[in-house]
Ligand binder design. Structure first.
Ligand SMILES: *Cc1c(COP(=O)(O)O)cnc(C)c1O
Length: 409
């Protein structure tokens, strides 16, 4: 990364003048923290007493036997508090906010997972908390909105544009511009203007640091391949970062193939042909956009992968050929999830199941001495409505109708 926050040709900080000083302050604070080993220790202590770090690396013996190839290991980010790797980022930023003496935190959220994690962090640290969420997403993700409000956060439905994630991001920036003095914007992934990509990657790198140590201990050597799903890219960079220095470890990012790349209904930015370079939301990357630079509508069964941009760090690693990108369709995702539940008793999130799809395609081609790691970014309980619907479970449908009747009495 060079001085202005670029990773190769990607990244940067395209910010309005009014935020200049805030970013300077944030950059300064982050630089100080990076050099201060006691800050990292404070972070580790917090994550091991409030979340569930180190998360285990599980040897999936049944799946390994089933595919008859590589030994499959699963990094269990689902065991974090709030059920996903997102806790790593928000708790880290919480410590940073405390140091900067700010009292209010805002965040954007699409599926509600980052909003949930931020509301949790705000409650724990005693910050005021406002979450921006597209009106469409508020309707779709009622359970998350319920919990955020119960934890004391204010959830503001955004009625602009397509009323989804990108509109929520714009609204959060608007709020920040007006309230810079007391407010920190806790961005949810490794995107946005510098220093966010680097900072979020730094906190998330704890995943790969643990996995590196665990695989050596449990398997005796480096894995052949590491798989992660890619929305904004934070769980992927988190698990990849420590392994980038290991030249023999192949890194594979799996994007949302949706209904199939040929349908245009997907969120495949780096493995498809639909994305082009652009600058939006404060940074430069490959965006799914039309010839006029208008963002395209994306689709995925996994709400957390449904995003038009992608981390500048990953775009750089893609350009260098260090990370290979693949896509998994909605249909493949349901099949991989089904198999993982039956064989291992694990329920990966729909997002994480994308990584499982690609790993399952490749595991049989490797030898039994090889190990592969799948990053299970989160747990699937949150997806029960979508999963039950996709499996077309008749008794679930009955249950929902019964509940609705009961409530309307
Ligand atoms: C939010 C989310 C993702 C996508 O975000 P990244 O920044 O790409 O990691 C993936 N998995 C789960 C479980 C999520 O909640």
């Amino acid at each position: 990364m060079n001085k202005k926050g670029f990773f190769g040709n990607w990244g940067g900080a395209y910010i309005p003048e009014i935020l200049f000083q805030t970013f300077q302050e944030l950059n300064h604070e982050f630089e100080v923290c990076k050099k201060d080993s006691s800050f990292w220790q404070e972070y580790i202590d917090l994550m091991s007493t409030y979340s569930c770090r180190p998360t285990p690396l599980t040897h999936a013996t049944n799946l390994s036997r089933y595919f008859g190839g590589a030994q499959i290991y699963i990094k269990r980010e689902d065991l974090n508090h709030t059920g996903a790797h997102k806790a790593n980022n928000v708790m880290g930023q919480g410590l940073l906010i405390k140091r900067m003496g700010k009292k209010r935190v805002i965040a954007e959220t699409g599926a509600g997972q980052h909003g949930m994690a931020t509301a949790t962090m705000a409650a724990k640290f005693g910050f005021d908390c406002t979450i921006y969420m597209g009106e469409e997403d508020v309707l779709r993700q009622r359970p998350n909105v319920f919990w955020m409000e119960k934890m004391g956060a204010t959830v503001i439905p955004v009625t602009d544009g397509s009323r989804t994630l990108k509109d929520a991001i714009n609204e959060a920036f608007r709020d920040w511009v007006t309230n810079v003095d007391n407010t920190h914007y806790a961005l949810g992934t490794v995107c946005g203007p510098h220093p966010f990509p680097e900072m979020v990657a730094w906190f998330q790198s704890i995943i790969g640091m643990e996995a590196h140590e665990q695989i050596l201990k449990q398997h005796g050597r480096m894995p052949a391949r590491v798989y992660a799903c890619v929305g904004g890219g934070s769980n992927a960079i988190g698990v990849f970062k420590r392994f980038i220095e290991e030249p023999d470890v192949e890194l594979i990012g799996v994007e949302a193939g949706g209904h199939g790349l040929e349908t245009g209904e997907h969120a495949a930015r780096l493995c498809g042909t639909g994305a082009s370079p652009g600058v939006a939301q404060g940074y430069k990357t490959m965006f799914l956009q039309d010839d006029d630079g208008q963002m395209l509508n994306t689709h995925s069964v996994a709400a957390g992968l449904d995003y038009v941009g992608v981390s500048p760090i990953l775009t750089d690693l893609w350009e260098q050929g260090r990370v290979r990108f693949e896509a998994a369709t909605d249909k493949e995702v349901m099949a991989a999830l089904d198999l993982t539940m039956k064989k291992e008793g694990l329920i990966p999130a729909l997002e994480s199941s994308h990584a499982f799809v690609q790993a399952f395609k490749e595991a049989p081609l490797l030898s039994g001495d090889d190990a592969i790691i799948i990053n299970m970014s989160g747990r699937g309980d949150k997806d029960i409505f979508t999963i039950a619907h996709a499996f077309n479970d008749p008794s679930w449908k009955e249950f929902i109708i019964d509940r609705a009747r009961e409530y309307s009495r």
